[in-house]
Design a protein around this ligand. Structure first.
Ligand code: SF4
Length: 158
C-alpha cells in the first residue's frame, strides 16, 4: 500500500503562517508525494481557530505554556490543534509526518527558546510531541530525505 503523509499546510502554500506570508516548500519529493496523492495537510494553529495573521508564539521553557509575544496564553489552542492533527492521522491511517522545523506546533528538532529573542534550542513543537507519543514519525524540511527512505521501505513492506 501507499503510505499517506501528514504535512504542514504552509508547505503547500496555504496562507496560514502567523505573519500571513506564504512560504511554499519548493521540493521535488514533496511535489512527487503530492502527485501520488499521499498528502493530507493541516495547520494545527489555524484549525484550532487562531487567526491569520496572529502574534508569534513560543513555548516558555520554564512553564511549558505556549505564550504569544503579547503574553497571551494560547496553550489550549495549541493542544487542540495537536489533537486534531492526531485525529486526522488516525482517520487516514498515517504513520509519517512532514512538519515545518522550529514552529512551536510543528518543530521536530528545534524551537525558539521562549524569550522572543531569535534564539533556537533543541526541542519539539506541541503537535510533534503528541504525534510522536502516538508512534507517528515526524520529519521536517531538513530531514525530508530520511522520510523518503522510510516511505520507500514502508511502501514495500506494508
Ligand atoms: Fe505551518 Fe505548522 Fe505554523 Fe501552521 S502551525 S503555519 S502548519 S508551521
Amino acid at each position: 500500500t501507499i503510505n499517506k503523509i501528514l504535512v504542514s499546510a504552509c508547505f503547500l502554500g496555504d496562507r496560514v503562517r502567523y505573519n500571513g506570508i506564504v512560504k511554499t516548500l519548493e521540493d521535488k519529493l514533496l511535489l512527487q508525494w503530492q502527485q501520488q496523492g499521499r498528502l493530507i495537510s493541516i495547520c494545527p494553529e489555524v484549525i484550532s481557530g487562531l487567526p491569520v495573521p496572529r502574534p508569534p508564539a513560543e513555548i516558555n521553557q520554564t512553564t511549558k505554556q505556549v505564550m504569544t509575544i503579547d503574553s497571551v496564553d494560547v496553550t489550549e489552542q495549541f493542544n487542540e490543534g495537536a489533537q486534531k492533527a492526531l485525529l486526522l492521522c488516525q482517520r487516514h491511517n498515517i504513520s509519517f509526518a512532514l512538519l515545518k522545523e522550529s514552529s512551536p506546533s510543528c518543530g521536530s528538532s528545534s524551537l525558539y527558546d521562549g524569550t522572543f529573542s531569535q534564539q533556537k534550542i533543541k526541542g519539539e513543537g506541541v503537535t510533534t510531541q503528541l504525534l510522536r507519543k502516538n508512534n507517528i514519525e515526524v520529519y521536517s524540511e531538513v530531514t525530508i530525505e530520511l522520510l523518503a527512505k522510510r516511505i520507500n521501505s514502508s511502501d514495500q513492506t506494508s
